[in-house]
Design a protein around this ligand. Structure first.
Ligand code: FAD
Length: 275
């Protein structure tokens, strides 16, 4: 199948891109790495009127350390994150997740902004953003706003982004001394989307647990966080709380399977965090 008819715009500034995004009648969609959007267009799941290519805009990519953590431009590619010493040093969870995202060719083009905007329920980075308490920096012609990851992800392929908005960047709080973290995903074949996965982080002694590929989007599970406790010692009680986890079956397994895999992933991620 081929994409339906669309126009293509290649703005060279953010202002130009935002003006294109503001023209609702033209039905614009942002193009980042194209690793999800192009297949979606070819399957006609997405039918933009205008494709607004973000690839030639200066200032949308890059990794910098700030007072509040590590700020990453939306157009920063997975391969740039994987090569970054700052990410390796200050964001071990991001570094741990990256090799699990698809294959090298896709990681050379795919962007962090594209992953967060798409909010695929099986994607790794939305769960990492939730577990670390990241902040998304959104921009439109009306101005800018910061949205906590907790308020950004609304469900499967659903976020707090307005149609005219772009993600400009995301800030992850850097890991503090004594913070622990663990990442685990269960997958049939390396590089495939996960069957179930979880990210565990303690930030300033507060545990956060975010699952992916088990339900209707990346999601935290506060009962498991409470049961784990600041020292992550309550793993049996935490796994017991998964009886209430809001799971959804998919091609990889029914609800009971997903719940079981979520528990296995949680045990392994916590063991990694404690190691
Ligand atoms: P695009 O495909 O260009 O865009 C995706 C969506 O985000 C579009 O709706 C677009 O309009 C919107 N968008 C993009 N950037 C912005 C922005 N700055 N502001 C607002 N909206 C924006 N992903 C995983 O997480 N894990 C996997 O295991 C995985 N496996 C894959 C396997 C295959 C074979 C393929 C083809 C893809 C896989 N992916 C996987 C998806 C991949 O990570 C994509 O790169 C990612 O989901 C989208 O990033 P992108 O930069 O390519 O965005």
């Amino acid at each position: 199948m081929k994409a339906s008819r669309f126009s293509y715009a290649r703005p060279s500034s953010l202002d130009e891109a935002l003006a294109l995004m503001a023209d609702e009648a033209a039905e614009p969609m942002a193009l980042a790495g194209g690793q999800s959007l192009m297949p979606m267009m070819n399957f006609r799941v997405a039918r933009p009127g205008v494709l607004v290519d973000l690839n030639r805009i200066d200032g949308l990519s890059g990794i910098e350390t700030t007072d509040t953590g590590v700020r990453i431009g939306a157009m920063t590619r997975y391969s740039d994150l994987a090569a970054s010493d700052v990410v390796a040093d200050k964001l071990p969870l991001v570094a741990a997740a990256l090799p699990h995202i698809a294959h090298a060719a896709i990681r050379n083009r795919g962007t962090i902004g594209g992953s967060l905007a798409l909010a695929d329920p099986a994607a790794e980075l939305p769960a990492v953003a939730l577990a670390l308490g990241a902040t998304l920096h959104l921009v439109s012609q009306s101005g800018t706003r910061d949205v906590a990851a907790d308020d950004f992800f609304l469900g499967a392929y659903d976020t707090a982004l307005d149609d005219c908005e772009l993600i400009a960047a995301v800030t992850f709080p850097g890991a503090g001394q004594g913070d622990r973290s663990g990442f685990h995903e269960i997958v049939r074949r390396h590089g495939d989307y996960a069957m179930a996965g979880v990210v565990v982080a303690t930030t300033g002694g507060t545990p956060r647990v975010a699952f992916f590929a088990v339900g209707d989007g990346a999601m935290r599970h506060p009962p498991a966080e409470d049961a784990l406790g600041p020292d992550l010692s309550g793993i049996d009680a935490a796994v017991a709380t998964l009886a209430d986890l809001d799971v959804a079956g998919d091609l990889n397994g029914d609800e009971a399977t997903k719940r079981h895999l979520a528990g296995v992933a949680l045990r392994r991620a916590v063991a990694e965090a404690l190691a």
